[in-house]
Design a protein around this ligand. Structure first.
Ligand code: GTP
Ligand code: MG
Length: 338
């Protein structure tokens, strides 16, 4: 990955969102000892309560910054599992609690000073601590939500928008993960059954001196986006939001999961979805191709090549490392000029 690029996952790994109980526990374990007078003791306790609550919720500033700077692709992925509105409400709940805590801290510091006797001093001190804590207690659920969000972001794939990118897409079981495994050190699972890949995986392939980002996506069915499930939506997020070239793997084997017509329909859907990105079609599994299927697929796709909707075609067996590498090299040299 290039210098200067910091993916959200590594930023999120430095963010810790505490639960409300964690904040409480920390405060309780840290009541300060010492202090000469009762007033000093109570003031120190109030201050500790405030300081710990504020420092424990400092994460909200770096989290808000991180969310503001997120590439739309990441937002698309996040929105599959989280409600953006709820995320923003949770952030604002914690921010408001911090402001409120600071007001209470100022107010009760003054009230402590003004307390006339021991009883009042103790009452004011306990009320002040209680109000600071209750400001955060109101965000109990929100803290949990943000904690889940940060853990989710910690696992997001690190996509560098500045690197030349090939997005590998296609029907289930068409060989996408096989290809990505064979050109990079990425290890997406490969299996003989469909829907093996459920999320986005990134591989980095070296072509000449250049690093090409190769993105494995979950398999898609030939249905409208509105009818897609969460797993398919992750592929759509990559196809729609990332800059790059799309390599559509067309499975021409006799036991392809989807027949030629359905895969062709899927290809048309993808072309509509991605608007101006270049598309290359790779006819895959040529080692066990059904000749008539392969010919039919080629005939259908050639019309798209003529119309300019598809920039070119290739034929390969992704299970062959050598062929997988050749395909990425050819695409990089022809379409991903530096
Ligand atoms: N014979 C042959 N088998 C292949 C080739 N490419 C992939 N396969 C096999 O096809 C099956 C599916 O491969 P995957 O790479 O998991 O396919 P995928 O497109 O990632 O599948 P999903 O993640 O489920 O969408 C596996 O059994 C692979 O070994 C190929 O070129 N030739
Ligand atoms: Mg896969």
């Amino acid at each position: 990955m290039e210098d200067g690029f910091r993916d959200p996952a590594s930023i999120a790994k430095k963010i810790h969102v505490p639960t409300y109980d964690e904040i409480l526990e920390k405060i309780r374990s840290r009541y300060p000892r010492g202090g000469k007078t009762l007033y000093e003791k109570q003031l120190a306790t109030l201050q500790k309560t405030y300081d710990i609550a504020i420092s424990k919720t400092d994460f909200v500033r770096s989290l808000a910054r991180l969310l503001d700077s997120l590439h739309p692709f990441y937002w698309r992925l996040i929105e599959i599992d989280f409600d953006k509105d709820k995320v923003h409400k949770a952030i604002s709940c914690v921010s408001k609690a911090r402001k409120l805590a600071s007001k209470f801290y100022d107010k009760y510091r003054f009230l402590l000073l003004a307390a006339e006797d021991k009883r009042e001093l103790l009452r004011v001190a306990s009320e002040g601590r209680g109000r600071i804590l209750s400001a955060f207690k109101k965000c109990r659920r929100e803290l949990g939500y943000l904690r889940d969000l940060v853990i989710f972001i910690q696992k997001l794939p690190g996509i560098d928008p500045s690197l030349p990118t090939i997005i590998v897409a296609g029907a289930p079981s068409s060989g996408k993960s096989t290809l990505v495994r064979n050109v990079s050190r990425a290890q997406p699972r490969v299996a003989a059954y469909p829907f093996t890949t459920t999320t986005i995986h990134i591989g980095h392939a070296k072509v000449g001196g250049r690093v090409i980002q190769v993105i494995d996506t979950p398999g898609l069915l030939d249905r409208p986006v509105e009818e897609m499930n969460d797993v398919e939506r992750r592929a759509v997020a990559a196809l729609r939001e990332l800059d790059g070239l799309v390599l559509f793997l067309f499975d021409v084997s006799s036991d392809a999961y989807m027949d030629v017509e359905r895969q062709f329909k899927l290809l048309l859907n993808i072309i509509k979805l991605i608007k101006n990105k270049n598309v290359i079609v790779g006819f895959n599994k040529i080692d066990k191709a059904e000749p008539s299927e392969y010919e039919r697929a080629k005939a259908l796709v050639s019309r798209l090549v003529e119309s300019g909707a598809v920039r070119g075609t290739l034929t390969l067996s992704a299970i062959s490392r050598e062929q997988a590498a050749r395909v990425i090299r050819e695409i990089a040299e022809e379409f991903l000029q530096a």
